[in-house]
Design a protein around this ligand. Structure first.
Ligand SMILES: [Zn+2]
Length: 319
């Protein structure tokens, strides 16, 4: 449904007509990104200065100024080292969700080790905030056909929604034929189904383009994200955007990355904060207050998923 259509008069509550727009932040340090995985082992994370607090200050101040309330997918090890951050987010009206404990891509885990990883992180965040953790996002969009067993792990751990399946074609992640709107996700060998809330894509020439944030946001013109947002509105799809605290930090130390990693990591850092604020103000209506946490919309997202239906992740090895 397009925003502002008269249909809102017939609905139970007027807000059902407003588009769903969510800013999500994966709370991790710059040295924990996938591009640095080979160059900086976990045992050397302590050698690199933490920058997450400085960058969270910047984001929380921006969100406070614009009225945007966001979903923060916290890495457990970051919450452990900075035990006040998650609580601060909740106190400022944001949602705290899980990005797992140690930023292991799921294909490096087994169902058992993932269970420990997500349960430990969930418990920690719930202890710190006093709130239930409803959502999960896998590191580097690593919930794919190869890791479809993760659906059952997440459902058993008590998550109400997942935001890990990127419906794009990409060499390292993504499920290119997954729906570009909320749906129910199921593993081909499992029985659980899980509400899946995919990031924003722009459908053009028969393909989904990634325009939801991250490197795409910094490397590509803002007009692509604007087109994606406009299309999502016209089609009644929610717009879920994603960013990382380090993307707003031109002063972060330079890591020994390969050329591709350097371009993806260090391009567009200086302008990222202004760009994000322009998006929030430009598409948030009423001074940015149109941006609300994913967890605030679970009823509507669930209803959308009911109409989309169940998407089964057929395991690649069995195909
Ligand atoms: Zn991450």
């Amino acid at each position: 449904m397009a925003p502002g259509t008269p249909a809102s008069c017939e609905s139970h509550r007027p807000p059902t007509a407003s588009p769903i727009r969510c800013v999500s932040i994966d709370v991790e340090e710059y040295f924990q990104i996938e591009a640095a995985h080979g160059a900086i082992g976990r045992e050397r994370w302590g050698d690199w200065p933490s920058r997450v607090r400085r960058n969270m200050d910047l984001l929380l101040e921006m969100f406070d100024r614009t009225g945007c309330r966001a979903t923060f997918f916290f890495l457990g090890c970051v919450a452990e080292r900075h035990p006040d951050l998650a609580r601060r987010c909740v106190d400022m009206g944001h949602e705290v969700a899980s990005h797992g404990s140690m930023h292991d891509r799921l294909h490096r885990l087994t169902p058992e080790s993932m269970r420990r990883d997500v349960e430990g992180c969930k418990r920690l965040l719930e202890d710190q905030t006093g709130r239930a953790v409803l959502g999960y996002r896998a590191p580097t969009w690593s919930l794919t056909r190869k890791t479809s067993w993760a659906v059952d792990v997440l459902a058993e751990a008590g998550f109400r929604y997942d935001a890990s399946v990127f419906p794009v074609r990409h060499p390292m992640y993504g499920v290119s034929d997954a729906p570009d709107r909320p749906f129910y996700l199921r593993d081909s060998e499992g029985s659980a189904r899980l509400l899946e809330v995919p990031p924003l894509t722009w459908r053009v020439m028969g393909r989904n383009l990634a325009v939801a944030g991250g490197g795409y946001f910094r490397l590509l013109p803002l007009s692509l994200m604007r087109r994606g947002l406009a299309q999502a509105d016209a089609q009644g799809r929610p717009a879920i955007l994603y960013f990382h605290p380090w993307e707003f930090d031109p002063g972060m130390p330079r890591m020994p990355l390969n050329v591709t990693g350097r371009v993806r990591t260090y391009t567009g850092l200086k302008s990222a904060a202004d760009k994000l604020e322009a998006v929030i103000r430009g598409f948030g209506g009423d001074a940015g207050r149109g941006w609300q946490p994913i967890g605030d919309h679970l009823d509507r997202l669930g209803a959308m998923a009911e109409s989309t239906g169940v998407f089964t992740l057929r395991r690649q090895a069995a195909a």
